[in-house]
Every structure is written in structure tokens, then in C-alpha cells.
Write a protein that binds this ligand. Structure first.
Ligand code: PLP
Length: 471
């Protein structure tokens, strides 16, 4: 494809995406086809000769789009949002066009330096503690996901718990990771990958009402382990748990970690984005105790997957834990000690120029534009919660500090399951569920860029109407 052919095909692809976004509200939120329908529509093998982009776009319409779950649909209320936006797509397009590898500063100086500055910009926009800024020992890096951030934090924490010997001796003692029973499954996965074994994670009980980690139980678990010869390595606290957006109490958890020399990682994958709004920073109280922190701009901050922002208070121990230096990567800039080589801050070697999409997003919307998006999600969730509260057939299950509302029909689980299945079957909205203290609970997470009052009201009217027919 010549640059001129690319220009023509590229315009057509951008037009296709713009038309897709403009038509979202008219589409069913989820695919209506059975398993295998998309694969059955594709030829058995690749074409022998090349085809024009127009043919591919026609098949996108015919084969791919009907097989999609439309995460940007204004009626998408499932899981947590996975935002994208025009500036994010354009930043990603430039990144793809440049094809730069940012593993070392020397393989992509601008890739590295723009990333450092973007993470400092984000830290400023969210008023994160000074210890995470690149001016001192700390700094930020983009990981592909919050799961990877947790894995990296786990590896550094074990390295620290081993007195800096982990990179030589591996896991030579029984180390423990503590997280709440409500924490994301990525904590358990990280501990398993780190080689801590099935006993590597201790799930700390939560307060039955708030669903937040109990500091009393955490302290007891750490002390019991120490007495038994197990080395407490890491606490993963969550700001905005996946099920219900519960907030673990960092002001109490932080001092326990400090007292016992345990690494504290704070996972705010979804809810962290809210901190661009000064009035929504309550979840970050006590964050100054954290050794590392992450949130996903790719969830609620108008930045397409993949973009997890991960900060550490001490990048030296992170690099010490992860660096491996083969001859073919040696270069004068790295040896000068004056540059960051982000390959040492992550598991893979190679890395894309992901800071570009953050740069495009931050410059297009400005901090005020991002605040508007977050505030709209929080207000729409409150609007929906008001409807639930006012209807005695329903109950709110947990508080809704951000954009997620957890609710259910009073009584047994069965009607709630039927309700979810029926409203999702309508194709107009998509919600998911969880269990809170064993009870089947519906989750409505607001945050898709096009969602407005009318869509939340439609979701409520549908739920209210269908509720009459279940049970
Ligand atoms: N941590 C929390 C609290 C989450 O809610 C999620 C996903 O919803 C994750 C981690 C995993 O995020 P990622 O897909 O970026 O790994």
C-alpha cells in the first residue's frame, strides 16, 4: 500500500468508524447471533490475491458488526465501561503509523519522554501524592492492564520482602499477599504467576455493609502469619471494587503496612478516573502510604484499551527487580543513567507508543472536559438510583459513590435472574450481575460516552415494566 493508497483507504476507514458511532443507538447492544455465526460467515482460508479495502469494509458491516457486543452503545451498562473516543482513536492511529518500539529510551526517545510527562500530567490532574511524580524517586508508566500493574507490583513486593535477593534466589520462603474477599481475581493470578503457590494469597474479610477490607482482620492476618514464619510481602487494597465499588480504608490500611514493612499496592482500576474531579477524591484518602497505585484510563477516561496508568514511589527497586541486560540492548544512553528504559518497568520487552492517545485525549478534552464526562456518569447513576429507591419492589444493595448502581428486586434470586435475562434480551440495554453476600444482584454501570438521561430512563422503564412479569 503506497502512502497515497493509504490516504484514500484511511479516509474510508475513518468514515466507517464515524458512521458506526453515529449508528450505535439504532443497533441492538449485543450480538443476536448464535455461537459460531461469525466464523461460519468467513471463508475457510485467506484470499489468494489482494482485495480492496472497500471489500473488507463491506464484510465489516455484513459479518463483524452483527457479531459485536457494542461497548460504546449508550445502552451499554455492563461490567465497567471501556471507553474510547475520537482523540484516543486518532492518537492510536498515529502510534500505529509511527510503528515505534519504546522498549529503551534510545529506541524511542519521544515515546519514553512523552509517557513520563503524560503520567505526570495525569498525576497532577488527579492530585496524586508527590511521591509518584517523576521529579523524585517515583514515576509513572503505562501498562497494558490493571492486571499487569498488579503483577509488576507483586514482583517488586516479593523482591523487597526477600531483602532484594528475589532476582537471584527466587521464591525461597513462604510469602503472603493480602487482599480483600472482594478484590479482583488478577491479584490471585499475579501471586500464582509470581510462584507464591496456592497459599500465596490470603483473602481478608470485609465489612458486611460497606464491603470494604477490615483493617482489624488485616492486622490479625499479618500478625498470625509472622508468628507462623510466613513473610508478609504485599497488601493490595482496592478503591472501587469490581462487584460494588467498595473503597478499602487506606488511612487505616496504610499504617499497618508501614508498621510491618509490607508493600502497599492500590488498585483503582475503574474508580481512579473519578479523581480528576476534586469532589470525587475521597477514595484516595491515605494514598500517600501506597508504594504503587494504578487506574485504567481505558475504563472511564475516554481512552481506548489498552492504557493502565501505573505509578511507583520508588522506581529504583522496580528496575532492580525486573531488569535483565543482554549485550544486544546495551547502549550509551542507558549506561549514562540519565534516561528511563521502560522495558524495566514491565513484563514484556517491546512496547507501543501508548502515551500518544493519552496526549490526544488530554489535549482535546482538557481536564475540564474529562471532569464533565465523569460527573455526567456519576449524576446519571444517581438519577437511576433515585428511581430504584422510590420503587418499593426494588432495593439498593450498596452505596453508589461513582457510576455503578447495585440493586435488586426484593426477595428471592430467581426473579432477579429472570429480570436481567429479559431486559438484556430486549437488545436495548445491557446490564451484568454480581453476588453481594451471596445474593444475586444487578449492576448498572454508567460511563459509555454517548449515554444520556434518556438512555438511563429507558433502562429504568424497561426494568420496571419487565419486573411485573417475573417471579
Ligand atoms: N482491578 C479491578 C478493581 C477491576 O475492576 C478490574 C476490571 O474490572 C481489573 C482490576 C482488571 O482490569 P484490566 O482488564 O485492566 O486488567
Amino acid at each position: 500500500m503506497t502512502p497515497e493508497q493509504f490516504r484514500q483507504a484511511g479516509y474510508a476507514v475513518v468514515d466507517w468508524i464515524a458512521d458506526y458511532w453515529a449508528s450505535l443507538a439504532q443497533r441492538p447492544v449485543t450480538s443476536q447471533g448464535p455461537p459460531g455465526a461469525v466464523a461460519a460467515g468467513l471463508p475457510a482460508g485467506p484470499p489468494a490475491g489482494g482485495e480492496p479495502v472497500e471489500a473488507v469494509l463491506a464484510d465489516l458491516d455484513k459479518l463483524v458488526a452483527p457479531g459485536l457486543t457494542h461497548w460504546q452503545h449508550p445502552g451499554f451498562f455492563g461490567y465497567f465501561p471501556a471507553n474510547t473516543s475520537g482523540p484516543s482513536v486518532l492518537g492510536d492511529l498515529v502510534s500505529a503509523g509511527l510503528g515505534v518500539q519504546g522498549m529503551l529510551w534510545s529506541t524511542g526517545p519521544a515515546c519514553t519522554e512523552l509517557e513520563t510527562v503524560m503520567l505526570d500530567w495525569l498525576a497532577e490532574a488527579m492530585d496524586l501524592p508527590a511521591r509518584f511524580r517523576s521529579a523524585g524517586r517515583g514515576g509513572g508508566v503505562i501498562q497494558d492492564s490493571a492486571s499487569s500493574a498488579t503483577l509488576v507490583a507483586t514482583l517488586v513486593a516479593v523482591h523487597r520482602a526477600a531483602g532484594g535477593r528475589w532476582r537471584e534466589v527466587g521464591v525461597d520462603r513462604r510469602y503472603r499477599v493480602y487482599t480483600s474477599t472482594e478484590a479482583h481475581s488478577s491479584v490471585e493470578k499475579a501471586a500464582r504467576i509470581a510462584g507464591l503457590g496456592a497459599e500465596g494469597v490470603r483473602l481478608v474479610e470485609v465489612d458486611p455493609q460497606s464491603r470494604a477490607m477490615s483493617p482489624v482482620a488485616l492486622r490479625a492476618a499479618i500478625e498470625a502469619d509472622r508468628a507462623a514464619g510466613v513473610v508478609p510481602a504485599l497488601v493490595v487494597a482496592t478503591v472501587g471494587t469490581t462487584s460494588t465499588t467498595a473503597i478499602d480504608p487506606l488511612p487505616q490500611i496504610g499504617p499497618i503496612c508501614a508498621e510491618h514493612g509490607v508493600f502497599l499496592h492500590v488498585d483503582a482500576a475503574y474508580a481512579g478516573a473519578a479523581a480528576v474531579c476534586p469532589e470525587l477524591r475521597f477514595g484516595h484518602a491515605g494514598l500517600e502510604y501506597a508504594d504503587s497505585y494504578c487506574f485504567d484510563p481505558h475504563k472511564w477516561l475516554l481512552t481506548g484499551f489498552d492504557c493502565d496508568a501505573f505509578w511507583v514511589a520508588d522506581s529504583t527497586e522496580l528496575v532492580e527487580a525486573l531488569t535483565v541486560l543482554p549485550e544486544y540492548l546495551r547502549n550509551a544512553a542507558s549506561e549514562s543513567g540519565a534516561v528511563i528504559d521502560y522495558r524495566d518497568w514491565q513484563v514484556p520487552l517491546g512496547r507501543r507508543f501508548r502515551a500518544l492517545k493519552l496526549w490526544f485525549v488530554l489535549r482535546w478534552y482538557g481536564v475540564e472536559g474529562l471532569r464533565e464526562h465523569i460527573r455526567s456518569g456519576v449524576a446519571l447513576a444517581a438519577r437511576f438510583a433515585d428511581r430504584v429507591r422510590a420503587d418499593e419492589r426494588f432495593e439498593l444493595v450498596t452505596p453508589h459513590p461513582y457510576g455503578l448502581v447495585c440493586f435488586r428486586l426484593r426477595g428471592a434470586d430467581g426473579p432477579n435472574e429472570q429480570l436481567l435475562s429479559a431486559v438484556n434480551g430486549s437488545g436495548r440495554v445491557y446490564l451484568t450481575h454480581t453476588r453481594v453476600a451471596g445474593r444475586y444482584t444487578l449492576r448498572l454501570a454508567v460511563g459509555a460516552p454517548q449515554t444520556a438521561e434518556a438512555h438511563v430512563d429507558e433502562a429504568w422503564e424497561l426494568l420496571s415494566r419487565v419486573a411485573e412479569t417475573v417471579g
